[in-house]
Ligand binder design. Structure first.
Ligand SMILES: Cc1cc2nc3c(=O)[nH]c(=O)nc-3n(C[C@H](O)[C@H](O)[C@H](O)COP(=O)(O)OP(=O)(O)OC[C@H]3O[C@@H](n4cnc5c(N)ncnc54)[C@H](O)[C@@H]3O)c2cc1C
Length: 468
């Protein structure tokens, strides 16, 4: 770890004066503002940055980063604070750069199906701005995350099975490096072989390589027809097998989400629904009228062969909206199963052929645990989440949650999967990186970090340790 600064050490006077001179009231050292920026949705206790700056342009980000470099102060980019793995905790103090006020759409190129935006725009704000164009941006993490944060965590969501993740949908970006230089990666062209793919390097870099200040994204035409359905199964294994067959047959489902009976109970209570409390799949189909009809018939057949029953359809936009809002709010609904709890969230992803085995073995672990552990999953991608609900005042519950998490990750790695399908590493998954990639691969990542941020100032202490 870089020895220059430790949390609790006051910021140098000259630094604070320079920051205030440049940003005036847009610098805050108020405890409440720092507390808001030193936490995320993970179960970790907050660790506060020393100051928060609200930036309005690439040049302003450059000013903050240069000053931080001059005074050896860490920099933590902040999007919308919805990450789940301790990404935003200021483990070495420093300055949080809040990008939420950089939320403009720079340009929409409808003919090319691209849009260029500032990083603080949220996914819902972006789709609102696109409403009259007939286009949309499909990546939809449950929270209304910022596009910059989604880029930095390589996020996905319920639509990834059809439209891909941030990895497939970012065409290029602008980033401020640790030494204050501004680089542009990629272009608006659909493909390129021009050198190393720095866009992909920054997508998933979690603020550790630089601050992303502009992003060009792919867009998609709004589908002509959309239809959604729910269907229940006798067991989780049956539901997952239905998904595996659907994917293996090449049915282009837009969304297919698994929700277990405990999670359904929480959703019913939270969203005032009356879904049957059983392992459930939520589907959505996009396409032409006939294409959607064909997809739904095939999926209904596959579901029936796996014991699926009680197909309920939602074709009116308001009914579909209610269903998917309930699914998107599942995390907050699950938290209400145990008042005052926090969730340790797992995020493994395995090859689709191993998914049924992975969830069935996981279910056996969870049944044997005293903690409530509802499960939801983007099962079309082989990715599922267990929300292990713990009382934050009981260390033994945190220990049990971490034991379950470790078993789930080890199982996924044995099956050639990953410890994190979409949430990223942050602090919480750091211990698994070596097991997943091996020492040489992690060393290669470290070498990139050392080359781009030789003084370890960009979101230090995340993803992997500074020294091997
Ligand atoms: C209810 C709920 C449901 C969720 N569902 C999903 C889901 O389905 N799929 C999914 O992938 N995630 C999901 N998440 C996690 C979270 O929404 C994502 O990780 C999201 O991408 C974080 O975006 P943010 O704007 O909140 O980023 P933040 O939490 O503010 O930051 C996340 C990380 O990105 C870095 N960062 C932020 N902005 C920039 C920037 N401009 N430049 C460089 N680095 C930056 C930060 O330093 C930090 O390391 C969910 C979270 C919640 C609370």
């Amino acid at each position: 770890m870089h020895p220059a600064r430790r949390p609790g050490r006051p910021l140098p006077d000259g630094f604070v004066a320079a920051l205030q001179g440049a940003f005036g009231e847009r610098v805050s050292m108020a405890e409440a503002v720092r507390a808001h920026h030193g936490r995320d949705e993970s179960p970790f206790d907050p660790q506060l940055p020393d100051a928060v700056v609200f930036a309005h342009s690439t040049e302003e980000v450059q000013t903050v980063v240069r000053l931080c470099g001059q005074y050896d102060v860490p920099v933590i980019p902040y999007g919308n604070g919805s990450s789940l793995e301790g990404h935003l905790l200021a483990v070495q103090g420093g300055v949080s750069i809040d990008l939420s006020e950089m939320n403009r759409v720079h340009s929409i190129n409808a003919e090319d199906l691209t849009v260029t935006v500032e990083p603080g725009i949220s996914r819902k704000q972006l789709n609102e701005a696109l409403r009259d164009t007939g286009l949309f941006f499909p990546i939809d993490p449950g929270a209304d995350a910022s596009i910059g944060g989604m880029c930095a965590t390589r996020a996905s969501g319920t639509n990834a099975v059809r439209y891909g993740t941030m990895r497939e949908n970012v065409l290029g970006l602008t980033a401020v490096l640790a030494d204050g230089r501004v680089i542009k990666t990629g272009s608006r062209a659909r493909k390129s072989s021009a050198g190393y793919d720095l866009t992909r390097l920054f997508v998933g870099s979690e603020g550790t390589l630089g601050v992303i200040t502009q992003i060009t994204l792919r867009l998609y035409p709004q589908p002509e027809a959309v239809s959604a359905a729910v269907c229940t199964f006798a067991s989780m294994g049956d539901a997952v097998r239905a998904v595996i067959e659907t994917i293996q047959m090449g049915v282009p489902v837009a969304r297919v989400e698994f929700v277990d009976s405990l999670a359904i109970r929480s959703i019913n209570r939270h969203s005032n629904l009356t879904l049957r409390e059983a392992p459930t799949l939520f589907f959505e189909f996009h396409g032409t009228e006939s294409g959607v009809r064909e997809q739904t018939e095939t999926v209904q057949e596959i579901a029936a062969q796996n014991g699926g029953e009680g197909f309920e359809w939602a074709t009116r936009p308001e009914d579909r909206g209610r269903l998917w809002n309930a699914r998107h709010n599942a995390y907050f609904a699950m938290l209400q199963l145990k008042p005052g709890c926090r969730a340790v969230t797992t995020d493994v992803c395995v090859p689709i052929s191993r998914l049924a085995e992975c969830v069935t073995e996981t279910e056996a672990d969870l049944i044997a645990s005293p903690l409530p552990c509802p499960i939801v999953g983007h099962v079309g991608d082989g990715n599922f989440h267990v929300a292990i609900l713990i009382d934050p005042d009981k260390p033994e519950e945190l220990e049990e949650a971490e034991r379950l998490n470790r078993r789930i990750v080890e199982r996924a790695l044995r099956m050639d999967g990953t410890c994190t399908g979409e949430h990223g590493v942050g602090l919480h998954k750091m211990d698994f990186l070596l097991d997943e990639h091996g020492a040489d691969t992690v060393d290669t990542m470290r070498a990139i970090k050392h080359a781009l941020d030789p003084r370890n100032l960009m979101n230090p202490g995340k993803i992997f340790s500074w020294s091997a």
